[in-house]
Design a protein around this ligand. Sequence first.
Ligand SMILES: NC(=O)c1ccc[n+]([C@@H]2O[C@H](COP(=O)([O-])OP(=O)(O)OC[C@H]3O[C@@H](n4cnc5c(N)ncnc54)[C@H](OP(=O)(O)O)[C@@H]3O)[C@@H](O)[C@H]2O)c1
Length: 211
Amino acid sequence: MGQGVRQSPIIVWVVTGRILFMRPVIIVSGASSSLGVILCQELVENGYKVYAGYHFNRAKILRNQYIVPIKLDITSSDSCKKAISKTISKEKSFFALINLVAISPSGETLDFSVSDFQKILDVNVVGSFRLIHEVLPKLPKNGRIINIGSLSGLISFPKFSLYSASKFALRVYITNGCRKEDTLSTSPQEQLPSFLFHLLHRVQQEIEFQH
Ligand SMILES: NC(=O)c1ccc[n+]([C@@H]2O[C@H](COP(=O)([O-])OP(=O)(O)OC[C@H]3O[C@@H](n4cnc5c(N)ncnc54)[C@H](OP(=O)(O)O)[C@@H]3O)[C@@H](O)[C@H]2O)c1
């Protein structure tokens, strides 16, 4: 990313004389994850409104006037479609999608069945594709799509080879495939959260406008 300024909340002057701050809207999938909870808080503190996707753990989503919990099953195309269209209909448009959802079961080959592996790929790879597919046609030119990667997408660690395979696939799809397509209005990005603060810092950088 080049130098740029972070998108500031848009100021709208209303006839009554009140000033309203319109916060850029970001959808975060996996907002109920350990990293997701902190990421949402950080985004709100930096002037964004977050639609926080959870699967089962709604209780983990922070209570805040700028965080809207949204039910999302990333393995269901219908659920992804509903979550995105619900957000768009309420907000008219949005600024970014951050894909955080991932499952990371550990074990060796014989510990897993074929359907276990299929599930890992469905959640970690196809799930991100489902959301990207829904979001892309509605994303503004300056919008952002960020997938959260992992060191396991660069190196395969013992007992995490299936998770690793999914993170490798996501990285290849994003960095070498999807983002080079001619018809895209924006380039999906991948960020590696090696350290939490590094993640938050980099996500913030990626949400900057490029001038
Ligand atoms: N934690 C780390 O040390 C670390 C290191 C490197 C990279 N990462 C990456 O950072 C991201 C978050 O990791 P984490 O460890 O914080 O995750 P986590 O705590 O294990 O949480 C997993 C998240 O995925 C959601 N989820 C699972 N299945 C879903 C489905 N079918 N539909 C929608 N949501 C679903 C869960 O929702 P519910 O809780 O609502 O069910 C939860 O929000 C992942 O992409 C991971 O690869 C993490």
